[in-house]
Every structure is written in structure tokens, then in C-alpha cells.
Design a protein around this ligand. Structure first.
Ligand SMILES: [Zn+2]
Length: 396
């Protein structure tokens, strides 16, 4: 296969959009803390993807992360001597509350609509198209190409954590989360933590006889209220990720109005930069509570966590995958691709090899009740992924 011939291989728009419409119609909402049930079965999408990969002649594999919640993959074996590249995507979607025709996927005005269209079944449709284009052109890659479907991205990232531990492993990866085809080698991490205050319960006719855990939490909130602004004063921001963030987002305490509450808990969220350690962040909360205790001696407060931990991503700018992706995107888009941090967390840092975010669709539509993806971005993404894979294998 010569370079010239390969350049004439283009994605088939009908095949690509039909595949995506079929994938959207398989409901795979993340069941969150429930067990998988109708509409919330990643397994149904997993089985469909495995069948497609099998028909294309890939070696397929499957492993359960939790009952009914598998990771799946297909491997297009290389002839030897090239890097193993993974094109990965999560199979789950967020819920559809208030989204009437969420699974009635349609092609309208150059867009495919429906839950999961951009976040992120569109990427699967592109990956399958990459395999078909390689095969149509008779190209044999030196390295293996793996297409991976990951469960549970939208909740606890258990699927990618399992894949990082047990494989399949690759040398480089791309995750086609909706970035409008911007190249995102970095993103912040997310750390959830619980702060608890303990008081002494008593009847509310004599509050002075007890210690009010809810009022103490109010003091904690006041004490931490400047932290978000403080983080944004960081004199050494990350070149792509900028500065960290802090917010106080869930609070529970007290049982009835005539009782002084003995317990209150608050869950706080911290978006941290590559290089920051979750344990240091928890220790910083503890230090701030000790500081508060100096002016509020009967404060009894503790910090625990993580209640949620999504690692930060930081693929070096000089990594081969960044270079190939940038070159391929430049060729397909006819301009310099955007180079930025991905706004949210992803599966990428869990996989254990350099893995860059770059995908069709806009995060603004993800999780909304009007989710869609533009067909021209699906076509561009397919060509960018193909170009990257060829370049990584010395063929492009
Ligand atoms: Zn996503």
C-alpha cells in the first residue's frame, strides 16, 4: 500500500452515520449505584460492538468489571515491528430525564441526534470506519490496532481502572471524547472528599446545652469560602490546565426542627492539576480545620476521602502520539489544530500509557437534552484517526 493510494481512502458517510444511529438505539445509560436493568445495560452495547469487531475479523476479548458491566476489545493484529495503538471509548451514557426522544436517533440537517451521539458513540462509529478503511485499502499495519469499549466512565471510572490493571495494554492511545477535534493531552483530576462535624444533641429549647453540628459546618463553610479564589491565584499555573478549583456541593445534617443536630456532613469537590497529590489536598483540608479550631475550640471535625477520584492527565507534548495526531489533524482540517486541556476528567489517565483526548462533537451538547454530533466532524475524525495510526506505523 503506497501513501498515495492510502490518501484516496475516505470514510463512507452512509455507513458511518448508519452505524452511529444503530449504536445510539442500544440504550446503555450508566446505572450508577444500581444494578444494570432495561435501558441501563452497557452489556447490550458491548455485545453489539463485539459482533461488529468479530465480523471485521478482529480478535475479540471481553472481561466483566462488575456483573453485567464488561470492558470489551478487538485487536487487529499487526505484521510485527510497530507500536500497539488503542482507540478507546466509553460505552455508557448519562441518563435521559426530560429528554423525550433520546434514543430515536435520526440524521437531520447534517447532524446525528440522540443520547450518546457525541458522548461518545460517535467515536465508536469512527473507529469502526478506520478498520474498514484500512481493510478496503489492503493496508497491513506493522503494529496492533486495538478498539476498546470501556464501561462506567460517567460514574466511577471502574472500567478504565480495570483495563489499566488487566489490559489490554497498548503503547499509545486516543480517546475520542467530544473535543471538537481539539487535541487535548492534559486535563485536571477530580477529588471528592467528605467533611464531617460532630456536635452534642439536645432539645432545641436549650441550644446552649448542646453543640450544633450544622452551625459548626456553617463555620467550616465560611472558613473554606476563599479557597477557590486562592487556588486561582496560583503563581505557577499548568500551561494547558490553568489553576485548580474548589467547591462545596452536597450537605446533609439535622433530623427535625426541635433537635440540636449532633452530626453534619458536606461533600466537597476539588479539581486538581497534574502533579498535585490527592493525599496532599486532603491534608490541606485538615490543616485548614485545625486552623479554624483555634477560634472555635469545641469544633469536632474530620476529613475523609476520596469519595471520588479521577486522576489528572498529562501526556508530554513531545510524545509520538501527540506529534502524529497533530500532523494528521493538520492535514485533514487544513489548519493548525487547537491544542488545549480537556475540560472534564476521562478514562485516559487510568489506562497506564500515553493517551490523548481528541474527538468529534462538542462537550456543550454532551449530557444535554438535545445531544447531537455533526456528520462532517465524524468524517474528519475518522480520517484523523486513520492518518494518526498510519503515521505511528511509519505509513503516513
Ligand atoms: Zn464522555
Amino acid at each position: 500500500m503506497t501513501k498515495d493510494l492510502m490518501m484516496n481512502v475516505t470514510p463512507d458517510v452512509t455507513r458511518l452515520t448508519n452505524t452511529l444511529i444503530e449504536l445510539i438505539r442500544i440504550q446503555s445509560v450508566n446505572p450508577f449505584d444500581d444494578t444494570p436493568s432495561a435501558g441501563c445495560r452497557e452489556q447490550e452495547l458491548a455485545e453489539d460492538l463485539l459482533a461488529r469487531l468479530h465480523v471485521l475479523g478482529l480478535e475479540t476479548g471481553w472481561r466483566e468489571v462488575a456483573p453485567g458491566r464488561p470492558n470489551i476489545w478487538g485487536r487487529l493484529k499487526g505484521t510485527g515491528g510497530g507500536p500497539t495503538i488503542m482507540l478507546a471509548a466509553h460505552m455508557d451514557t448519562v441518563g435521559v430525564e426530560g429528554y423525550g426522544d433520546a434514543f430515536e436517533a435520526r440524521l437531520v440537517d447534517g447532524k446525528v441526534t440522540g443520547r450518546g451521539s457525541c458522548d461518545m458513540k460517535g467515536a465508536f462509529a469512527c473507529y469502526l470506519e478506520v478498520i474498514r478503511m484500512l481493510q478496503a485499502s489492503g493496508t497491513e499495519l506493522p503494529g496492533d490496532l486495538i478498539i476498546a469499549g470501556i464501561s462506567d466512565e460517567e460514574h466511577l471510572l471502574t472500567g478504565s481502572a480495570e483495563m489499566g490493571r488487566s489490559g489490554p495494554h497498548a503503547d499509545f492511545g486516543i480517546i475520542g471524547e467530544p473535543s471538537k477535534l481539539a487535541i487535548c493531552p492534559s486535563h485536571k483530576g477530580q477529588l471528592g472528599a467528605m467533611i464531617r462535624t460532630y456536635g452534642v444533641a439536645t432539645h432545641s429549647s436549650g441550644p446552649e446545652n448542646g453543640v450544633n453540628a450544622v452551625e459548626h459546618m456553617g463555620k467550616v463553610i465560611g472558613h473554606l469560602s476563599g479557597l477557590n479564589a486562592e487556588l486561582q491565584q496560583n503563581p505557577a499555573p499548568h500551561p494547558l490546565c490553568g489553576t485548580g478549583r474548589f467547591s462545596m456541593n452536597v450537605i446533609r445534617g439535622g433530623a427535625f426542627v426541635s433537635g440540636i443536630p449532633e452530626y453534619c456532613e458536606m461533600e466537597v469537590d476539588r479539581r486538581f492539576l497534574p502533579g498535585e497529590e490527592p493525599e496532599d489536598i486532603l491534608e490541606d483540608y485538615r490543616r485548614r480545620l485545625r486552623e479554624l479550631k483555634k477560634t472555635l475550640p469545641d469544633l469536632k471535625a474530620e476529613v475523609s476521602g476520596p469519595t471520588l477520584l479521577a486522576p489528572a492527565l498529562n501526556v508530554p507534548r513531545d510524545s509520538a502520539i501527540v506529534a502524529s495526531l497533530t500532523e494528521a489533524a493538520r492535514e485533514v482540517l487544513g489548519r493548525e489544530p487547537e491544542f488545549t486541556a480537556f475540560p472534564g476528567g476521562t478514562d485516559a489517565p487510568n489506562l497506564g500509557f500515553p493517551c490523548v483526548i481528541c474527538g468529534p462533537g462538542d462537550l456543550a451538547q454532551a449530557h444535554s437534552t438535545d445531544e447531537y454530533i455533526q456528520v462532517h466532524q465524524l468524517l474528519q475524525a475518522s480520517s484523523i484517526y486513520l492518518g494518526t495510526v498510519l503515521k505511528m506505523n511509519g505509513l503516513g
